[in-house]
Every structure is written in C-alpha cells, then in structure tokens.
Design a protein around this ligand. Sequence first.
Ligand code: BES
Ligand code: ZN
Ligand code: ZN
Length: 503
Amino acid sequence: MDVKIKKGKIEDEAAEAIVLSHYEGEKSLSEETAAVDRALGGRIRELIAGGEFTGKRNQSLMLYLKGEIPAKRVLLVGLGKKKEFSAEKIRQAMGTAGRPIREAGLKAFSTPLHGRGQNKITTAESAQAIVEGSLLGLYQFTAYRTEKRDEIKEVQQITLVDRSDGKIAEVAAGSRSGQILAEVVNYVRDLCNHPSNVVTPSRLAEEARTIAKEFGLTCRVIEKAEAESLGMGAFLGVARGSMEPPKFIILEYTGGKKKDAPVVIVGKSITFDSGGISIKPAEKMEQMKTDMSGGAAVLGTMKALAQMKLPVSVVGILPATENMPSGTAVKPGDVVTAMSGKTIEVINTDAEGRMILADALAFATRYKPSAIVDLATLTGACVVALGNHATGVMGTNPKLIERLKRAGEDCGERVWELPLWDEYHEQIKSDVADMKNIGGRGAGAITAAVFLRKFVGDYPWAHLDIAGTAWNDEARPYAPKGATGVGVRLLIQWLTEMSRGRA
Ligand code: BES
Ligand code: ZN
Ligand code: ZN
C-alpha cells in the first residue's frame, strides 16, 4: 500500500473519494467536514438533521458528488460519542471506511486527520490510527484464489491531507509507525491464514532467517539433534509424532544498551494441532493451522522492532513443531523429562502447547531477562472464560501485568487477568512424575499457566492466552474474518512505553 502525506485542504483534493467523519449527537461539524459541507450547499448537515447519518460508531454513508468539489465521492463515517472517543474509534472508523471504498472498485482515497485534539489525541496518534485502521481493515487473504483473480478489488493508495501549519512531520511520523505496524500485523495474519502444509516449522525458520537478514537481527535455529543434546524432552515429545522436522527458533534484536538484560518473548508455534493420540474432533480441526499464532506474533514483533528501531533489546523464541498422532507419537501416560530436569506425565497429548513452552521458557531464563512474556493459543478454557474480546493474562509480576493491560487498552487489543493462586498447583500434581500436563475440569486456562510457571524461575513473567483473540469467526471493523494477527501491536505498545521509561 502506498501511503502519502500532503499539506492542503481536503475540499481541494481531486480524489476518487474523501473520508469525512462526524461525532454522534453533535451539532457542530469538524473543520474539514464543515468545509466540504459548505461547498456542497449544506448537504451533509441535511443528512444529519434528517437522521440519515447520525455519526454512530462505524456507521458509513457514501455520497456521490456532481462536481461541487474536485473529489468524486464523500464517504461519511461515524466516530461515536465525543466523550467516549479514543484512537481505537479512529482505527475502527477507518477500517469501516475502507471496505465500501474498495467494493466500489476505487483504487485510492484521501482523508483528513480525524479526532485530533479530542480526548488528548495528538496529531501523530491520529495519523497512526488512520493508517493502521485503514491498512488492517483492507486486509484480504487471496493467496489461493486462482480463478477470476482480475476481479479481486484492491485499494492501492491512501493520502493523508492536513491543512495545519508545521504538523506535517508529525503526520509523517505517525503514519510511518502505523504503516509498519499494520503491514507487520498483515504479515502475521498471512502466516496464520496459510495452511499447515505451507507454514511448517521449516517455513517458520526460513521466515526468521529472512527477517534476520533483512533487518540485521541474529537468528539461530536449533535442529532436532541439538535439541536432543540440550535435553528438550518436552518439546521433542510433542514433535515425535510428526514427519515434519521440529525447529527451535531464536531471533535476537539488540536495540538497548549491551549491558541491559533483554526482554524475552516466546510464542507457541504448533503449525498444526491435531491433538496427537488424544485426537481432536473433526469439526473445526482445520482452524488448528493457526496454533502457531503466538510464534507468528513473535516473528512480527521482532520485524516491527527492527524497523522502528526501538531502544530495547528483545529475544524472540519460537518452539515450532506439529502435534500429530502416529506410531512414534507420545502416548497418554508417557513421562518425558524437560530441559529443566523436571519430569512431566503426559495425560493428554492435546495439551501440547504447555509442553513445548516448558522448554522454551526454561531456555528463556538463560538470558537472565528483565521480563519473559509468552503468547499462546493455549486453552479452549480461556475462550470459554473471556470469549473473543480479550486475551487472558496470568503471571507472577503484578506490575508487568498492569503494563500489559494498559498497553492493550491503548492499542485496542484488550487483555484481562485471571488469578494464578497457589491453590491451583494441586490440580497438576502427578502420582508418577513431578507434574502432569493437565489439571482436570476446572480453571483450564489457569492450570495451564500454573504448569508454565514451573519453568520460568523467579523472572518477571506474564503468559498471554490468545486462544480466543487470534481468530475471528466474524469480521470486525478493522479485522476481517480469519487470523487477527493479535499480539504484535500489544507487545510493541508495551515495549514502546518501556523504551520511554514509562513501563
Ligand atoms: N491449541 C489448543 C487450544 C485452542 C482451542 C486454541 C481452541 C484455539 C482454539 C490446545 O493445544 C488444546 O488443545 N488445549 C486443550 C487442553 C486440554 C486437553 C487440557 C483444550 O483447551 O481443550
Ligand atoms: Zn492441543
Ligand atoms: Zn494447541
């Protein structure tokens, strides 16, 4: 996508379409909407007075013009109530605006800055939210459509038009951050939407190598033999059922001072979760191609970090394997020894995410990190608890959890805490080993986290269960059906605050 910045008046834009916004229930129009309204002889005010356009959140209305201004169309979009306004409303409004423009077959649109100054939204924040919302909302996954490809519609250019003096540099900076983030999130969505016969552990390793090469990161891929000598029995136990070679992938970005302890982010990278011998029901099993969403988010975060040159040091770890049933697969009742030396009784082979994370988290502690954050499509129980509107967070460090929650609120990827009380530990006690890999009926999201906790030592750690947020069954304003790419914007928001010394 080509994103352009221009100083000028939106009413002078010779665009195929311009996007104008309005707050619900407000009499007065924004400066830009008012300017166009005057040129149109009060047509926008009439539509509002008649109740045809109310400015309700995510309402949109296309107007066809007859040469009153150089633009051919105006797309009105609602920002919702003024007092509830936030950058999230801009992202949603622009996500909503993009699709009717694309459906009309248009290749480009122009937009002024929306919501600037309202509820402390700065010029850069508005520009970032506009670009993020537009690019994320216009995402479509068409890699496997071979028929009628020429009928695929695509918006190719967005122009941000700002009339105010001396603000263009700020508009450009915000727009650039928005474009980096949205393009990375769309890359993550692609990785998750591609099927598991394409996105294999080997492919994830290739992606990591490509990112490292392009942006100057360090990449190391631990192959099966080396993982064996490192004693990664939990990770390899999961990989044993599959013909696809497992890959334990590490990416390092050093943006901070050499002596600073890095942050380690770990992403569950099961490229297909059949359940293994404890095989899953056939219904919706195809969705388990996205069981590497955590790992994809880690790859994306590393890519974004390097492009944004954030002054923090971050290590990304992806334990990548399939979880398959076969004659060589791990069986219920088997005991494996994790890299930390702890033994695990595998009661259910479908609880494989925590197994691979056990070794990845233990590996993370080798960096003596300032914090460890893992992202995993870990439990159906988290989907039951929080649905699709919040990522579950659990951990040992209240400050870290607070910061992640705040970052989530700011970037529109909400995070909600579940407790990790000691009492839950009882549920994963095993009769034959140090622990078992499932905790019975109650509190499934929590007992999974309790299991992970045994591998992070005393390092500040937070676990993000993205099982409910990584996939959309229905389209949202700026996230079409399918993979959402959740996690990248959340981690970058948190790391940005950290680099500013605010987190
Ligand atoms: N990958 C699944 C969790 C999942 C479920 C992700 C639905 C996205 C949507 C995970 O590996 C799994 O199978 N978890 C089991 C754990 C159980 C066996 C304790 C689950 O949640 O049912
Ligand atoms: Zn599973
Ligand atoms: Zn899984």
